[in-house]
Design a protein around this ligand. Structure first.
Ligand code: SF4
Length: 299
């Protein structure tokens, strides 16, 4: 039997929903029931009748699904698919940093471990970071773990934001020279950049948006050519949603190794034997859920 059919059959048997993040390889996005950004996927999966969630993404995403769907079995088909940025913060390091600051709220990017979310006042995404920060009563806060998202937010609010020195290695590596090279190769193309990029890259952007925001913008725009300043996997859903428009990577080096780990064979294996389960323990899940729900309530 062809592997795609096998996955479909297994998903039916196990009452599973398959989720794929926008950065996953094309063949994974093609077999998924839902594609999108990590939080949106977890929210939608929680609303389904499925008993099993197969999350084709990285570890913190499967944790978020587990936080929102404690009664479902959440599977990460490649258990070692992690996120280098999420690994740049630990609960211990966060507690230490907080002990050095005056009391203040902590805003944590969803790209973080569940145990860090559990110590957090409120979570944020790249799309709602400014709104989340503005929703707080306090005028001073700590934002973690992405220093670039924190700088982007700080430039759009009067609040004082303390940074955590974390970053996404793939977004952080985009340089003004690479952007200029892409602009020279594709004159007139709209340059879209993700807030995880450095401030000097964002300064050159025509549009700053999350992955879902980029897909929406490209659809609604009258322009037909775009330079994409985010992980290269997004080119696939952009092209799929916009036949007739052209998309070029700002830099081919923006390829996340962990996002490319899961194969179709891994999905089939994980479904067949229910391997790769990610379950957030209740003592972490409850406070982490508070931080996530507080953000969702703002949407
Ligand atoms: S692209 Fe960056 S933020 Fe996203 S999973 Fe990879 S390392 Fe983490």
């Amino acid at each position: 039997m062809e592997i795609k059919e096998k996955i479909k059959d297994l998903a039916k048997q196990k009452k599973a929903v398959i989720l794929a993040h926008n950065y996953q390889p094309p063949e994974i996005q093609d077999i998924a029931d839902l594609c999108g950004d990590s939080l949106e996927l977890s929210i939608q999966a929680a609303k389904t009748e499925a008993e099993v969630i197969v999350f084709c993404g990285v570890h913190f995403m499967a944790e978020t699904a587990s936080i929102l769907s404690p009664d479902k079995t959440v599977l990460l088909p490649k258990p070692d698919a992690g996120c280098p940025m999420a690994d740049m913060i630990t609960p211990r390091a966060l507690k230490k940093k907080l002990s050095e600051l005056s009391p203040m709220p902590v805003v944590t990017y969803v790209n973080s471990p569940a145990a860090v979310k559990a110590l957090t006042t409120i979570c944020c995404t790249s799309a709602n970071a400014v709104k989340v920060v503005e929703s707080l009563e306090e005028d001073e806060l700590l934002m973690a773990p992405d220093r670039n998202l924190a700088r982007y937010t700080a430039a759009r609010t009067d609040k004082k934001i303390h940074l955590w020195e974390g970053y996404c290695p793939f977004h952080d590596r985009l340089t003004p020279e690479q952007i200029q090279k892409a602009r020279d190769a594709h004159p007139g193309a709209v340059f879209m950049a993700h807030p995880e990029c450095r401030p000097e890259a964002l300064q050159m952007a025509d549009v700053i948006a999350s992955t879902s925001g980029m897909i929406r913008h490209a659809k609604e725009s009258k322009h037909t050519a775009f330079i994409v300043g985010t992980e290269v996997g997004l080119l696939y859903p952009l092209k799929k949603a916009n036949p007739g428009k052209s998309f070029y990577p700002a830099s081919p080096a923006m390829e996340c190794t962990d996002m490319k780990k899961i194969t179709l064979a891994d999905v089939a294996e994980s479904l067949e034997h229910l391997t790769g389960e990610v379950k957030v323990p209740e003592d972490i899940r409850a406070p982490a859920l508070n931080a996530v729900e507080r953000m969702i309530a703002l949407r």
